[in-house]
Design a protein around this ligand. Sequence first.
Ligand SMILES: Cc1ncc(COP(=O)(O)O)c(C=O)c1O
Length: 356
Amino acid sequence: MGAINLGQGFPDFPMDPVLVELVAKAMRDGFNQYAPMPGHPPLLETLAEKIGYLYKLPVHPVSEITITPGGTYAIYTALSTILQPGDEVIVFEPAYDSYIPNILMNGAVPVTVPLDYPSYKINWEKAQKAKTSKTKAIVLNSPQNPTGAVLSESDIEELRKLVHDTNIFIVSDEVYDHIILDGKSHCSILRYPDLFERSFVCFSLGKVFHCTGWKLGYCVAPEPLTKEFRKFHQFNAFSCFTPTQVALATFLKEPQHYLSLPDFMQKKRDFFQELMSATRFRALPTHGSYFQIYSYEGISDEPDDVFAKTLVARCGVAAIPVSAFYQSGKDDKVLRFCFAKKKETIELAVEKLTKI
Ligand SMILES: Cc1ncc(COP(=O)(O)O)c(C=O)c1O
C-alpha cells in the first residue's frame, strides 16, 4: 500500500497544455456530437499527411485510416476481422497482455514463440518453425512492451521471408511509435509497401501524448482490409470521442509535437538508468517504449512474481514481473519498470531501490 508505482505504463507528469486547451476549445466550439464512424475527417487528413511525411507511404485518409478508442481496440478489431475458429496466430513472448485473450476470444489458437533472452530479439528460425498451413496472422510489437526491444531492418527482411508466398496477415502494434530511443529509427510497417499490403498497423495517441486515459488510437490498413475492419467497428464502438479528435487534427499539423518526443523520453530513460546504476539491479538493453527492464539476479533467488511483492514490502516500489507476459510463466528474474514519470518520482523510487 502506498508504494511508488513504476509498474503500470502511464505517465505521472502533465500532458501538453496546448493540447488540453485545444480540447477545451473544441468543446466550446460545439464539437460534442458523434464523429463520423471512420473518424473526424480533418484528423484523418492530418494523419495521412503525417504518414506521408514520416514513412513516404501514400495513405488514403478516407478509406485507409480508422480512428479507434485506443490501440488495444484497434488490435482486437483487426484480429476479429481476419480470424476464424481454428486459425493460428504467431505471437512473440513476453507479449503485451491483450493479444492472447483477443486471439482466444475469436476461437483461434495463439502459437507463442519466445524472444531470445537477454536481447529479446526475435528468433526467426523459431518463428519459421512455428508457421503452419493454419497460420493466419503474426502479431508484431515495436517498440515492444514489456522489453523495450525494437525491430531492425534485418527483422523486416526476415519477416518478408516468413510471409512470402503465404496469405499471412500482419497485425503490427506500434503504440510507442514516437518513443524510440538511442538514435534508432522506427521500422514501422508503413515504411514497407509490400508488407503494408497485408497489414493492420495500430497506433495509440494516448500513449504518445502522455494522456493514456484518452483511449484514442487508429488503425491504418489498405482499403480492402479497412473495409472489413469497419464492419466490426460500425457495430462496436461506432465512433470515438469527438473533442480530442478535433484537437489532435490541429496539434498534429505541427511535426515538432511528435518529433520532440524521442528526445524528451530519452532524457527520462537516461536519468532513470543513471540513478539505477547505484543499485544492484542490472539493466538489460532497451531502445523504446515506456519501459526499462532490469535483471535482479544476484539480489534474490525468489521467482519474479514473489520478488516483485518483496520489493513493494521492503522498498515501497511496484514493478511488474516479466513472467506475467508469458503463457508459461517463464521466469528469467527480470522486472519491468516504467520510466515515464516525473523526475521526483524517479528520484524517490530509485532511492528506495538502493536499499535492497
Ligand atoms: C504494446 C501495447 N499495445 C497497446 C497498448 C494500449 O494502448 P491504448 O491505451 O491506446 O489502448 C499498450 C498499453 O499499455 C501497450 O503497451
